[in-house]
Write a protein of this length. Sequence first.
Lengths: 115, 113
Amino acid sequence: DADVTQTPRNRITKTGKRIMLECSQTKGHDRMYWYRQDPGLGLRLIYYSFDVKDINKGEISDGYSVSRQAQAKFSLSLESAIPNQTALYFCATSDSRTGGYTEAFFGQGTRLTVV
Amino acid sequence: AQSVTQLGSHVSVSEGALVLLRCNYSSSVPPYLFWYVQYPNQGLQLLLKYTSAATLVKGINGFEAEFKKSETSFHLTKPSAHMSDAAEYFCAVSRGGYNKLIFGAGTRLAVHP
């Protein structure tokens, strides 16, 4: 089983609809992130969270919101989806207890298409 | 502000040839640098990371990267390409206490027979 699980893996939705992407992890990590991948742009940070009570905006948070329901769960919502939110979305985790700058562990991604 | 530039969005090599993927960073403080690989329809997997312990870093699958402060570079190399190396490769720098990653635009590596 994957350590970082994203659901759904693929989703097509209509403009204006609300949609939630879910992420759960079994790694016991405290930090969680949502990234968006677009061709030619790499990955860009949408939101990140240090723990359940800590939520922070990343570089492209407009049009998105998140919820950290538990240490292991971090959901991303698009309140009113628009076509330019069509992208590949990744959830990632890292562990602050290892000290320094440790690597992030990524889920397999959710491919979202807004029509 | 920190940023990452990957030169060449597409690189094509022959099987058995040297792989060289370029990454330059800008950072006002000593950086922590990473190379990730993304195979088709998969998430990102760490290849290697530089955290100031050694300038030549060895990673998985025969890849290595050398940190050159004077050139602000962290190029990824592999002596002999294999067909299974075909993927997209991302260079990233870590920023801030939350270990936020700043990614380059990526380089897609094609390996042909």
